[in-house]
Write a protein that binds this ligand. Sequence first.
Ligand code: NA7
Length: 536
Amino acid sequence: MTASIGPGRYDAVVVGAGFAGMYSLLRLRELGFRSAVFEAADDVGGTWYWNRYPGARCDIESMDYSYSFSPELQQEWEWTERYATQPEILRYANHVADRFDLRRDIQFNTRVVGATYDERDGVWEVTTDRGDSVSAQFLIMAAGVLSTPKLPEIPGIESFAGATYHTANWPHAGVDLSGLRVGVIGTGSSGIQSIPLIAEQADHLTVFQRTPNFSSPALNAPLDPTFVAARKAGYEEYRKAARQSHIGVVIPHRDDLATAADPAEREENFRSGWTQGTLFGLASKYADVLIDPAANEYVAEFVRERIKEVVTDPDVATKLAPTSHPYGTKRPCLDTGYFETFNRDNVTLVDVREAPIVAVDAAGLRTSVAHYDLDALVFATGFDALTGPLFAINPVGVGGTTLREKWEHGPRTYLGLATAGFPNLFTITGPGSPSVLTNMMMSIEQHVEWITDCVGAMRDRGITTIEPQVDAEDFWVDHVNEVGNMTLYPKADSWYMGANVPGKPRVFLPYVGGLEIYRGICDDVADDDYRGFTMA
Ligand code: NA7
């Protein structure tokens, strides 16, 4: 059953029915709040609804990347692989929607296009692309962080005679690329996951790489039933530890420094990290990898050596070996046969840093030195991350100020949850929260629980509005920047820094202090009568 949201007044409007929106709805319902959820897609799943490109898969392990709030849910659901594929995660999202009967409050095929705060009545007026207009006391932005796909700024894209695809908007019926000359632009996670499978299908694949990325083998495999049984037996304890961990996944804490380590021992450690097949296997071996350039270089060189071992053509191997950013400062990737793909006869790597892309034309793509004839072009070019989905709605707050105007020089939030001048508006895993630096499921649960506890407490105390104080927000923005600047992250032109979108302010968007520290701060704020917020 799906909803048709009628006009009128709601306690809360939730934007988006991905994992953040679904859990928000469930918690609001438990509070007895009358809630309406709008979702642009025709079903639940958010990121996992849209990103259907070949090879799309989570790179946090399935038994971590799943809700922990319901012991029954986590016991009954059976993941089949260590790293779940997009279809399996989407099946899980659908199972959750059915199990908790969520669809009756979700209106699909409906994009929220505007939200204006009515100061007189203290409500948000929310409008959609289908002409709905509803008002709500609370507005919860669960619109995702990697949900505004970005095309490259290349002249002539519209003139291309073949088919074009963005990895984040992949046709639901799938795409048959067999027999075609395919070009892929982009070598982030989406490119690195899809390129090996596209290469198997295409007659010829040309990969246009601007920045080589660090990637390590995922070592994906079917889940071992003994491991699953043991994890399920201790799931509650494991989840407790994950909630109190730095990244929302339980990994050993280390104080040792790579720069102080014995070289043989360091090599040994990196080899063991490499064979873990996890995103953090290498960076977590030493405490200084993301802080000290010398320590980072040890990891970077280790990965470059592995690439050179796999790729048979030394020129291609050199081009694939990242040297322009420290390890981990762009999201590292987990792959299945990515570097091996460049040993295939039907795959060509084009370094577009060396020979920049000039234009797309009807027949293909032109760089400064050559023309590549193509039948299909795949954009694995990423997203306007974190702020893009919020600016697409561009809420209008107190005094008619838009979020875009307020965040002109970079996002300003208190705890990554709310922003002054926009009362009763909450963001989930937005800027200033640990968000994309963590297992998103753990961050989503923490945010949703904090927000719903807050609005429940407000109702119980007869409080109608909550809004951050400007000095508390200033303090948080400074703190987020300060800890970000203690790391090597700002050294890369990454989407974490907003660097992939022309004109976007160069600001480190997520909070790198760690989920456990962040959770403690949020709990303290709530326990201290929502310190830093004005409640009226
Ligand atoms: P990413 O990680 O932002 O990757 C986008 C890729 O596209 C990256 O290699 C970019 O190169 C490349 N790109 C973007 N624009 C261009 C142009 N104009 N020319 C050439 N190359 C270009 O997006 P993904 O979808 O792969 O992954 C996003 C996140 O999803 C990922 O980090 C995980 O958290 C899951 P650049 O590096 O900017 O030089």
